[in-house]
Design a protein around this ligand. Structure first.
Ligand SMILES: [Zn+2]
Ligand SMILES: [Zn+2]
Length: 313
């Protein structure tokens, strides 16, 4: 459901003009996670405890970093190199996030960068009409709606390089196995730790399903919220934004304007205060010999792309 590119500018002006719309977006993003934490607090000791919390957090980080470090920065953008066992581990962790196989994920994301916020971008929140209705339609499409639309038939040509990697190819072919493992593993571990069937159920529900739910919405918010709400310190020919909330929740991916300006950079949080836990781990992996050729733009390149204050270019 897209409109002509000529309408795009008009819808942008509408969006810029109405800060209330942005406030509405902010509320819909911030309030549900607060409710989620409150629900956990109320269920503490009844249907949630320390072992469930530990399993939830470990699975959130494993699968989250699998997507950010593995699917995104390693496989999509080649921002660093890693030996085969590390590539396998990251591809498996990313698959456990239940966001599709590594090849499909990478291909869709490469299409996004090629057409970002223009015709043929699979998940732009723009191009869906004017005013508040256009914003809502765009939000829905970019967040979830695009997942229900058919994949482009030539998606495979975006992953020609990855198809030559036997490790990535194997994990891609066996995606269903790893996705299932993502809910079976926490159920078994929490069951064994608590030695109870209740533990199996809690591990499955919290560290399996609830964790998938949260990782999904955080990832999808990069496509929706981070193309609508936040700052744009760099010229990037699209509507990508730096959003501090998702800078933290999405392990550095929320510095999305930085990322669109420097897509091959392993580091998304470019300033000292832009916390980028994925990059910190890549650096640590580098020190341990698990990552090499870590790409980061030099200061001069960064300065050249900086947007002059007040400009809209
Ligand atoms: Zn983007
Ligand atoms: Zn990217």
């Amino acid at each position: 459901m897209s409109v002509a590119v000529s309408d795009y500018k008009v819808s942008q002006e509408t969006l810029h003009a109405d800060r209330w719309m942005r406030l509405a977006v902010l509320i819909t993003v911030v309030v549900p996670p607060i409710g989620f934490v409150a629900a956990i607090a109320m269920l503490w000791g009844v249907a949630f405890n320390w072992s469930t919390l530990a399993a939830f957090l470990v699975m959130y980080m494993l699968t989250g970093f699998g997507v950010t470090i593995g699917f995104h920065r390693l496989f999509t953008h080649r921002s660093f190199k890693a030996p085969a066992p590390v590539r396998a581990f990251l591809a498996i962790c990313g698959s456990m996030a239940f966001e599709g196989s590594v090849f499909t994920w990478v291909a869709e994301h490469r299409v996004h960068h090629q057409h970002s916020d223009h015709e043929n971008d699979p998940h732009s929140p723009h191009l869906h009409g004017k005013g508040f209705r256009g914003l809502l339609r765009g939000l829905w499409h970019s967040h979830i709606g695009w997942l229900f639309e058919p994949h482009s038939p030539d998606l495979h040509r975006y992953v020609n390089d990855l198809q030559r990697d036997p490790v990535a190819s194997f994990v891609d072919r066996t995606f269903v196995l790893w996705a299932a493992l993502g809910v079976i593993l926490p159920a078994v571990i929490v069951g064994l730790v608590t030695w109870s069937w209740m533990g199996v159920l809690m591990g499955f529900l919290w560290a399996g399903l609830a964790r998938i739910f949260l990782v999904h919405h955080v990832t999808w918010s990069i496509n929706s919220v981070c193309h609508l709400w936040g700052s744009q310190p760099f010229r990037s020919r699209d509507e990508s934004r730096n959003n501090p909330i998702f800078g933290i929740m999405a392990m550095g991916e929320g510095w999305h304007n930085n990322h669109h300006a420097f897509p091959t950079s392993a580091r998304h949080g470019l300033r000292w205060w832009e916390l980028d836990t994925s990059y910190l781990i890549i650096r640590l992996m580098g020190l341990l010999g698990l990552a090499s050729d870590i790409k980061v733009p030099d200061q001069e390149t960064i300065m050249r792309k900086q947007r002059t204050p007040g400009s809209t270019d």
